[in-house]
Design a protein around this ligand. Sequence first.
Ligand code: HEM
Length: 403
Amino acid sequence: MPQLVSELNLPHLDMMGLERQQAIDAIVAARSVHWLARTDLGYAVTRLQDVTAILRDQRFHSALSVIEQSPELEGTHFHDERRTESILTMEGEGHARLRRLVAPAFTPASANRLRPTMRAVVGELVDRIADQGECELVADVCDPYPIPIICELLGAPPEDWKLFSAWATDIFRIFNNNLAEDMPLIVRAGEELTDYVGEMIAARRADPRDDLLSDLIAIEQEGDRLSTEEMTMLAQAVLMAGTDTTRNQLACSVALFTEHPDQWALLAERPELAPRAVEESMRYLGAVRGTARFASEDIVYRDVLFPQGTLVATSLAGANRDPEAFEEPDVFDITRERGAAQMTFGAGIHFCMGAALARAELQEALPLLARRLPHLARNGDIEWKPSTFGIWGPARLPLSFGS
Ligand code: HEM
């Protein structure tokens, strides 16, 4: 007979306001007591096996849709019945169909086509700071880096990069726990982006090019079609999910390397280690530390009954430091060969659609930075974003380096 989750005697896991190491310590302490923890909003799993199982269990649905149902969004386009639901919150056959249709546009091969652009963009950003001997990496490199790549992917011209950057910043406010104040900005950015992409789709229909929107239109012409609304939603999802994540992950990874100068030097010397350096830094210090699901029906998992509606946080950071999955999980080692795959891209049907692109971006940026910014050191305190932020990393990363 399964036990009702609310009747279990569970450790409490509250990560709000905790600093980086404190958060990891809290997870380790909680899971030494039980595989499941209680949180202020529901429950949390932190072991790789449980995190993967919950993310793969399609009876658990994305909790992002819960944010969208919040009362602050009443009357906005998030509640508009004509609005196409985001791929991030869709479930079931509708979600599977979209993933199937767009998969060819998000393969490693299509990400590789953008590598020359990635190298050129990081190269230019580094040219501006290389002679200064110091920089604030977030503003100088991490923030500007992903927008040109996403714009190039979509096919938007360089003169519009600034517009995309501002929309991405505003749309992301939805994750910052301040909906009441941020809502007008979020809604306006969403509407402007929708209009812009609508115009781009019309232009690409008349004159196809070598970009994502033209690819999506071509898919539309092969039997099963994507509607204009679905393409607009996808472009918005790519901008939303593909910019702040990459920015923060790059900053997290470099911040981590400042604590491990020997490995920074090793990466400069052996750029072929870039793919492993990316996986290891994403494992050790991921910019997305967790996601969440809710039970769409009564679910029994590991002999525990989760009643319909129960919220379960899946700690990607916890899974990434699980000693059952990784040998010496607290050691940062870019030559690490064995162990499970890192979890910062999630798992299951919502596994990051842009993982190949993000990997390519980081694999291009990190070795280039290691070569051009040797003898890297902190040049003041790192200012971390509040722990409430869904996508997290340094807000400021002051660095000094040699030449
Ligand atoms: C280092 C950078 C990135 C990280 C850490 C990251 C992480 C994630 C995670 C954890 C999820 C799953 C969320 C969940 O299960 O609730 C996700 C989904 C997604 N990501 Fe990424 N992401 C990154 C970069 C990108 C890029 C560059 C793109 C776009 C090209 C992108 C597009 C998406 C999309 C569209 C989804 C939704 C997929 C679905 O729901 O089926 N991501 N990402």
